[in-house]
Design a protein around this ligand. Sequence first.
Ligand code: ATP
Ligand code: MG
Length: 292
Amino acid sequence: MVTVNVSLGDQSIRTVDSGWKMFVSPHARTILARHERVQNRMENVVEIKNLCVEYRGRRGASAVKLAVNNLTLNVRAGEVFGFLGPNGAGKTTTMNVLLGFLNATGGAACLFGVNVREPIARQRIGYLPELTYYYKFLTAEELLRFYARIFGIPRGEADRRIDALLKLVELEPARKRPIKTYSKGMQQRVGLAQALINNPDLLILDEPTSGLDPLGRMKVREIIQRLKNEGKTVFFSSHELGEVETVCDRVAIINQGKLKVEGRVGDLVAQYQCDLERIFLKIVGYQPQPAL
Ligand SMILES: Nc1ncnc2c1ncn2[C@@H]1O[C@H](COP(=O)(O)OP(=O)(O)OP(=O)(O)O)[C@@H](O)[C@H]1O
Ligand SMILES: [Mg+2]
């Protein structure tokens, strides 16, 4: 329920979301409707509308790959949103558009209401790439200080954030060791700390648990849960459907660049009468082979 306060000259109206339209003048109604639209828009941290991305072949080659096909998707503030799809479905490509690494060939995408073509749209985001390539001779502490400097975070504040983040990702004991001596799980966690150094409101994580053992996955899941509790929005891709089911508020499944299903995990499970993994397999057209 949304309470709206609007001042119209000397007339002040306080009204409650549902049914307010019945009690106010047409003029007030117009203003309140505008206010409501703005509020709704602000609730969508990520807005993707009719997005298309084509990859063209090399010069001279005519082949065009439509990696994202008319995708429309919204992620609301404070949500943990699972972006699912088989290999090659278009998840990383979509994220690359949000991050400004790639231009869409059609449609549009906004972060916090700002078109992703504007660099300022990315001011409040943190990003963990699918594959991380860090300077492996740096320690975790040095790497985080490097990123803090890129964001222009003052030294004292950077020190505080680095301490807190290394604690969060449980790398405190290894903070002075070069990253090249880290296991895969530790590297993934240093990547998460890097994604959080600017205290972003939106996290875009491309397969944050890929290649991790069950304990590593559990730790990443706990971190995502803590970020959600802090009010952050998390948009992440994953192939680990069991964990997606436990951590996500909503999911979208795409296949060959197209949105196939979107909704709250509980609603989808109730609708399809099976778990997320089976829903996924159904949607991507998996047919069980008869036993030999
Ligand atoms: N630079 C590129 N040039 C040409 N085609 C590309 C390029 N990058 C991706 N593709 C193609 O676009 C499609 C979508 O790829 P994308 O990497 O977005 O999928 P994904 O859903 O992230 O897959 P995965 O789960 O394997 O990470 C695939 O068919 C892929 O081969
Ligand atoms: Mg990918």
